[in-house]
Design a protein around this ligand. Structure first.
Ligand code: BTN
Length: 267
């Protein structure tokens, strides 16, 4: 097992090039979920920019009520607390922001470019490499906070994924053919989150849509979008300025969607 000291909190904190993110860095050997730990620490007055990193999670949370497999020594599991001054309708852009920061950092270490799949999956050669779970947190005085949780599969071998995930999940080590140092990737990820966040606070979230679009290959392709029990088939066209997905249905009409689960390819 890779020693946890590779992710020493002082080493992480002292090597960041961040203004806001990493105001506090907490490294845990094991936790239920880094997102849940951030929520607990927020109640105790944690500052914006708090980063919680765990070597493993016992109840890692994924989107749509799924779990995120988080074995020790292999992945990056981290959550960041943000309390931005964006309007509530702009909060979904933080998901795009996290996706842009994560894919940029990952691509500094990946031999093949990883790609974003709306809203915030990162795929490498069509398999899931990274997932992002952003949760809105109620704060006092009409403010809101967001916990941005990011899980990246780094040094897993194929057999270290549960059998049912082996066809759909991958890691950097599987695709590169060599392990990646988690410390360097964590540092790059936090630096990119910080610079994207600062840019977003200054210029608003609109430029994120352009950056997000530069890291996807899903447009002009046939997709299915599952929303609850309904499934919409069509062509993925673009993101609108708020980061909603625009789909052209076979009747030629365009529709915008705020959420859902995309499957690439024809039904
Ligand atoms: C997804 O379903 O794609 C989102 C997965 C998000 C996993 C990360 S791991 C760190 C953070 N803590 C959690 O419990 N979940 C997120």
């Amino acid at each position: 097992m890779t020693p946890i000291f590779e992710l020493d909190p002082e080493r992480v904190k002292n090597n960041l090039d961040c203004n806001l993110i990493g105001s506090e860095v907490l490294l845990l050997d094991v936790v239920d979920s880094t997102n849940e730990r951030v929520k607990e620490l927020l109640k105790e007055g944690a500052p914006e920019g708090l980063v919680v990193i765990a070597d493993s999670q016992t109840s890692g949370k994924g989107r749509m009520g799924r779990s995120w497999v988080s074995p020790p020594g292999l992945g990056i599991y981290l959550s960041v607390l943000l309390t931005p001054t964006l309007s509530p309708r702009q909060f979904p852009s933080l998901t795009l922001l996290a996706g842009v920061a994560a894919v940029t950092a990952i691509n500094e270490f990946s031999h093949t470019p990883a790609m974003l799949k709306w809203p915030n999956d990162i795929l490498l050669k069509g398999k899931k490499l990274c997932g992002i779970l952003c949760e809105l947190l109620p704060l006092e005085n009409q403010r809101s906070g967001v916990v941005v949780g990011i899980g990246i599969n780094i040094n897993h071998s194929a057999t270290q994924f549960p059998k049912e995930l082996r066809h759909s999940a991958t890691s950097l080590k599987i695709e590169n053919g060599a392990p990646v140092d988690r410390f360097h990737l964590v540092r790059s990820l936090l630096n990119h989150l910080d610079s994207e966040y600062e840019a977003c606070l200054v210029a608003g979230p609109a430029p994120l849509v352009k950056k997000w679009t530069e890291h996807t290959d899903m447009f002009d392709k046939q997709i299915s979008l599952k929303q609850g029990k309904s499934v919409i088939h069509g062509t993925a066209v673009r993101l609108d300025p708020l980061g909603n997905l625009v789909i052209r249905t076979p009747d030629g009409r365009e529709h915008s969607f705020e959420g859902g689960e995309v499957t690439l390819g024809k039904p």
